[in-house]
Design a protein around this ligand. Sequence first.
Ligand code: 4NP
Length: 163
Amino acid sequence: MKILMVCLGNICRSPMAEGILQYKANMAGLNWKVDSAGTGNYHIGEAPHRLSQKTAKLHGIDISQQVCRQLVKEDMLLFDKIYAMDISNYNDIKMISGNLWDATKVELILNALFPNQNVDVPDPWYGNENNFREVFNMLSQACDAIIKNVTTDYKEKKFITNK
Ligand code: 4NP
C-alpha cells in the first residue's frame, strides 16, 4: 500500500507523519511505502524543520534524509491513500488534483482517531518545541489508529472470505 502525507510546507507536520507511519508499518510487518508532500512551494528541496527532526529523533525515528517536494496532481493516481493534516490542506489537494480528484482516497489524518470530527493537526511553524511534541503525539496516535483500522479491515475481510 502506498500512502501520502500532505501539509502546507512539507517541512513540519507531514515529514513527521511520514516518518512515524513508515516506522510503525515496518514494525507491524506491513509492506507499506509512505511519502509526504506539501501543497505549497516554499521549501522545495529542503530537509524537514530542525524541531521536526529533533522530535522524531527523540522517538528513535530518523527523518533527516527526507527532501521537501510539492504535491502534483498525479499523486492522486500514484497513492492508495492521501492524508491531509488540516482542512485547508484538504481543499488545496482537491484544487491541485483537479480532474484526477478522488474523494475516496483523501482523508483528514485525525479522522482516523476521531471519525467524522474533522479535527485539524495544528501548524507548529511559528511554535516552539512543545508544539512540535504535541503534533508528534497526535500524529503517533493517528498512525496507530490507521494501522489498527487497516489490519482490522483486513482480518474482517479474510474472515468473510473464509466463511
Ligand atoms: P507545515 O508547516 O505545513 O506543517 O510544513 C508550515 C511550514 C512552512 C510554512 C507554513 C507552514 N510557510 O509558510 O513557509
